[in-house]
Design a protein around this ligand. Structure first.
Ligand code: DOR
Length: 429
């Protein structure tokens, strides 16, 4: 299969490229990048004029729910949501049933992905067996079966001594430890951010301290062990400050932020739409401001969706009973595009989805390399569309953005040289 992508604005932060160029793809690989490439006998010429051509976008925090919760999502449906949303590579969290805490479950994910996925899928193994917080997993086995990080996401690792040992053990394998930072005693029964609006709406609040106490602990333990701790879905000013300081001290800490924590405040909970219920909760405007500053000064390494699809019953209930989570893969790009030009530029945006996540996970991806896999994301910055969860490929229709008009959507997702999605629709082979 030969593809020629013509006249796009190619942005490749790793190689310092931002100019109008053509890209020639053959047999799944990038063969040539240059001005005015003209070739005969190509299978398809893609007119990318007016579009932004980037290395394939990577989402390191996705819940595919498979095995065990296929009524919420499957590897097939979640990977299609990823491709439709402009992602070429996703990493899936281990809070499945059974938990991805041993080689056979990891192998299942890899095999199902090989059979049914339309994007690259990398499993993340658990830190502790059954995510029970008591016994560390056999990380070497998990790596051999294809895992590229460990996490108990969805749950914190409560015991500090165990986290210390996990960081020491993971360090031997250069494995990042992805930490869901939540002090459960502080967060207990909380429904939303603790602040002005939780008082007005009458919900029990989750203080930012519930996150920050754990972030502090994990930074101290990363300093003690030299292990790499990656803080998942950061949501507060205090967390940004702690990570900024730790990085300045040379501690091996990285972090991610979600599109929803950057674009919605806790005021949105006043709709009583359970799709605004997420963990950590949507915070107030001052926290969004601090997160945006963290992006600008490099404290925040990447954007990750925390794609958390749920079936209707988990959300179609009273707020207090609803599950936490937002189906995020299919709205991430336009949500972040809405911040471009106001808070950071396009190059920064692309790096947050490419070089940033690749370097956190140690993935040899996130740039356009001659001879490298042709994973390419093309964005149409002018396209406006109203979010319609009914048209999501994800089984999870749980989005608080339904009906919102957004601008700057993925135009094409190319994985290993094959067009997997075009204008939001999946191209099945
Ligand atoms: O809102 C969330 N949903 N936050 C998490 O940390 C876990 C996730 C889930 O698995 O549903």
């Amino acid at each position: 299969m030969k593809l020629l992508i013509k006249n796009g604005r190619v942005i490749d932060p790793k190689n310092g490229i931002d100019q109008q160029l053509d890209i020639f793809v053959n047999n799944g690989l990038i063969k040539k990048i240059g001005e005015n490439i003209n070739l005969e006998n190509v299978d398809r010429v893609i007119d990318a004029s007016g579009k932004i051509v980037c290395p394939g976008f990577i989402d390191i925090h996705v819940h595919l729910r498979d095995p065990g919760y296929q009524y919420k999502e499957e590897i097939a449906s979640g990977s299609r949501a990823a491709a439709a949303g402009g992602f070429t590579t996703i990493c899936c969290m281990p809070n499945t049933k059974p938990v991805i805490d041993n080689a056979s479950v990891a192998a299942y994910v890899r095999q199902m992905a090989a059979k049914t996925a339309v994007v690259n899928v990398w499993p993340i193994g658990a830190i502790t067996k059954n995510q029970g917080g008591e016994e560390i997993t056999e990380m070497a086995d998990l790596i051999a079966a294809g895992c590229i990080a460990v996490s108990d996401d969805g749950k914190p690792v409560e015991k500090a001594e165990l986290m210390r040992n996990a960081l020491e053990y993971a360090r031997m394998f250069h494995l990042p430890v992805l930490s869901h930072c939540e002090d459960r005693s502080l967060a207990a029964d909380g429904q939303m951010h603790e602040g002005y609006f939780s008082t007005i709406y009458g919900f029990k609040g989750i203080p930012t301290a519930a996150e920050e106490v754990m972030v502090s602990r994990d930074i101290i333990l990363a300093g003690l062990t030299g292990g790499h701790v990656h803080i998942c879905h950061i949501s507060s000013k205090g967390t940004v400050d702690l990570i900024r300081k730790a990085k300045a001290q040379g501690i091996n800490v990285t972090c991610e932020v979600t599109p929803h924590h950057l674009t919605l405040t806790d005021e949105a909970v006043g709709s009583y739409d359970t799709n605004t219920k997420v963990n950590p909760p949507l915070r107030s405007a001052e926290h969004i401001k601090a997160l945006l500053e963290g992006i600008k000064d490099g404290t925040i390494d990447c954007i990750a969706t925390d794609h958390a699809p749920h079936e209707l019953e988990s959300k179609d209930c009273e707020y207090n009973y609803a599950s936490f989570g937002i189906s995020g893969l299919e709205t991430a790009i336009p949500l972040i595009m809405s911040l471009v030009g106001k808070h950071f530029d396009l190059n920064k945006m692309v790096s947050l989805f490419t070089t940033g996540p690749a370097s956190v996970m140690g993935l040899n991806k996130g740039s356009l390399e001659i001879g490298g896999a042709a994973d390419i994301t093309i964005i149409d910055p002018k396209k406006s569309k109203t979010v319609d969860p009914g048209s999501f490929y994800s089984k999870g229709k749980n989005t608080p953005y339904a009906g919102r008009k957004l601008k700057g959507w993925p135009y094409m997702t190319i994985v290993n040289g094959k067009v997997k999605a075009e204008d939001g629709r999946i191209i099945e082979e």
